[in-house]
Design a binder for this molecule. Sequence first.
Ligand SMILES: [Mn+2]
Length: 248
Amino acid sequence: MVEMRCASTFAAALFKGLPGDLCFQSPGAARIMRGTETRRRMPVYRHNWGNLMSLRQATVERNTKETQIKVSVNLDGTGELSADTGLPFLDHMLDQVARHGLIDITVKAVGDLHIDAHHTVEDLGITLGQAFNKALDRKGIRRYGHAYVPLDEALSRVVIDFSGRPGLEYHIPFTRGAVGGFDVDLFHEFFQGFVNHALVTLHIDNLRGVNSHHQIETVFKAFGRALRMAMEIDPRSSDVIPSTKGSL
Ligand SMILES: [Mn+2]
């Protein structure tokens, strides 16, 4: 790992409210030492894992005749969810993503639930995907993430690639048609909306499971874990776009 040293602790002390360090050598500009190489940079926030980055946060508002949705994400959060979607089971699932992805998510959704939950769930996936795409600079990230998560008899695997291309493989042999009053078909709509707008390749496999609540909960937990891994900065290549094409 690249060693980084603060040339002055004075400026860093001014910013000590932040959970990282700021390194300055002269006022108004920062110098970052990388071995023998010294480069001039604008003052930037440095995370504890040693990477240089701005805050990875975004808010997206999306309004149609069917739904009005506002989503905020902080990709480097503590796992806090604030959700008001009118769909308690979906809120329970988003809580898994926030908690296990260590992402702060705020969701306010008003949808045409008097018809059914379809538009609200699909549009939530779309808006959440847009918020991730807006918050995430793909330079320096690990790009790929995966997780296996069990819950009693159920086991799911989720693999994600921040490829820049939408693609969904979705394999969940649900044992029931509804869970918590929620039509299980809608989970596919949620993930398709997310994939199309986050521009990711996502493979979801529920490998085992009898209880449908367990089946889908393991999927959402693994989704959160996989997101966390894929969006994490790789300190060995934090200035590099992780693609031989040079773009994602
Ligand atoms: Mn549960």
